[in-house]
Design a protein around this ligand. Structure first.
Ligand code: 10D
Ligand code: SF4
Length: 323
C-alpha cells in the first residue's frame, strides 16, 4: 500500500494569518477573546482554540460590552461591524484579505448604484458577509448558485451590472455559471477570471492530478468547510472513490481493500498534524513511506493587522521602562 500526498495541501495564507491573529491576541490581551463564528471551518483548530479559553459566538449580542472580538476569516457584514462598534468592542479583523477584496468591490458597486450578482453558496458565512456589504437602498445584490438560478434571474438594469464570486468555489462549475451570466447579460462586468482564490485553485489542480494516479482519495477537512467539500466533490467527479474525513479516526478499513495507491490531500483549513496522523495510521496497516507529488509552490504570506503589532510594541516599551 502506497501513500501519495498532494502539493500544495493544507493551510493557506488567510488561515495562517487568522490563527496568528488569535495567537497574538491571546498573548497580548489578558482578557477573554471572543470569536464571531468559527475562526476557520476546522474542528481540530476550533477545539484547540477552545482549550486556550477562546469563546466562539454566532451573535455579537452574546458578547459583553467592551470585550475583544475577532471576526472569522470568512468576513462579516457591515451590520455586524456596526453592532460591534455599538457595544464598544475592541475589534480584530481576521477576514482574509482576499475576501476583503471582494467586499471592497461589492461596496464600490453599491455606492455607484450598480446591481451585483454574487455566485456562491446560500447560507455560507462568507456569502452572508459579502451580501452584507451592499446597501439595498442603492440597488440590489442577487445570489446565484447554479446555471438554473441564472436562467431564472431578472435584474432591474442589465446595463449596470457587476458580478463577484465566493472565494472557495469549484473552478469548473463557476466558469460555467460565469459563461451563462455573460450570455444572458452581455454588458455585465466582473473580475478577469473570478474571485476564487489562489489556494482554492491550487488545491483543486492538485487533486485533479492526484486522481490520475491514486486508487482512492482521502480529503482531510471538516464537513462545514466549503473548500474541503469542493475538493471531495472534485475527487468524486474524476470517478475515484473519495471521502472527506476529519481525521484518521474516520477511515474505514473496508475502503482500503485491494488499494495500491491512497491519495491524500488537506483543505485550506486543515492542519498538517492531521495529515501526519493519517500517514501514521495507514503505516500501522502496512503502508510504505509517503510519496510527495510535485506541485505549485505557494509563497503568499498575509501580515497580521498593525493594531496587534502596535499593542505588542506598547507592551514591549512598557516592559523596557519597567526593567
Ligand atoms: O468554508 P470555507 O472553505 O469558506 O472556509 P474554511 O474555514 O474551511 O477555509 C478557509 C477559507 C475561508 C476563510 C474563506 F475564504
Ligand atoms: Fe483566503 Fe483563499 Fe484561504 Fe479563503 S481559502 S482564507 S480566500 S487564501
Amino acid at each position: 500500500m502506497n501513500i501519495i500526498l498532494t502539493n500544495p495541501r493544507g493551510f493557506c495564507a488567510g488561515v495562517k494569518r487568522a490563527i496568528a491573529i488569535v495567537e497574538n491576541a491571546l498573548k497580548i490581551y489578558k482578557k477573554t477573546i471572543y470569536i464571531r463564528h468559527e475562526l476557520v471551518h476546522n474542528q481540530y483548530v476550533i477545539n484547540a482554540l477552545r482549550q486556550k479559553g477562546v469563546i466562539f459566538v454566532e451573535k455579537i449580542s452574546q458578547i459583553p460590552d467592551y470585550s475583544i472580538v475577532i471576526f472569522s476569516a470568512h468576513g462579516v457584514s457591515k451590520k455586524i461591524v456596526e453592532e460591534a462598534i455599538k457595544k464598544k468592542l475592541i475589534i480584530l479583523n481576521a477576514t482574509c484579505p482576499l475576501v476583503e477584496k471582494v467586499h471592497i468591490e461589492v461596496s464600490r458597486s453599491s455606492k455607484k448604484g450598480i446591481e451585483t450578482i454574487l455566485i456562491g453558496h446560500k447560507g455560507h458565512p462568507e456569502v452572508e458577509g459579502t451580501i452584507g456589504q451592499y446597501n439595498n437602498k442603492n440597488g440590489k445584490i442577487y445570489l446565484v448558485e447554479s446555471i438554473e438560478d441564472v436562467n431564472n434571474l431578472s435584474v432591474k438594469n442589465n446595463k449596470k451590472l457587476n458580478f463577484v464570486t465566493q472565494t472557495t468555489l469549484s473552478i469548473t462549475k463557476t466558469k460555467n455559471i460565469i459563461t451563462a451570466l455573460k450570455n444572458k447579460f452581455p454588458k455585465i462586468s466582473g473580475p478577469n477570471k473570478e474571485d476564487i482564490c489562489y489556494a482554492t485553485t491550487n488545491r483543486q489542480i492538485a487533486v485533479r492530478k492526484l486522481s490520475q494516479i491514486a486508487d482512492i482519495i482521502l480529503v482531510i477537512g471538516s464537513k462545514n468547510s466549503s473548500n474541503s467539500n469542493r475538493l471531495a466533490e472534485l475527487g468524486k467527479e474524476t470517478g475515484k472513490f473519495t471521502r472527506l474525513i476529519n481525521s484518521f479516526v474516520d477511515i474505514k478499513k473496508k475502503w482500503l481493500k485491494n488499494v495500491n495507491y491512497i491519495g491524500i490531500t488537506a483543505s485550506a483549513s486543515a492542519p498538517e498534524i492531521l495529515v501526519i496522523e493519517v500517514i501514521q495510521y495507514l503505516q500501522t496497516l502496512g503502508a510504505n513511506k509517503p510519496i510527495e507529488m510535485i506541485g505549485i509552490r505557494e509563497k503568499k504570506i498575509f501580515k497580521i493587522p498593525k493594531k496587534l503589532l502596535q499593542v505588542k510594541n506598547i507592551l514591549n516599551d512598557m516592559d523596557e521602562k519597567n526593567e
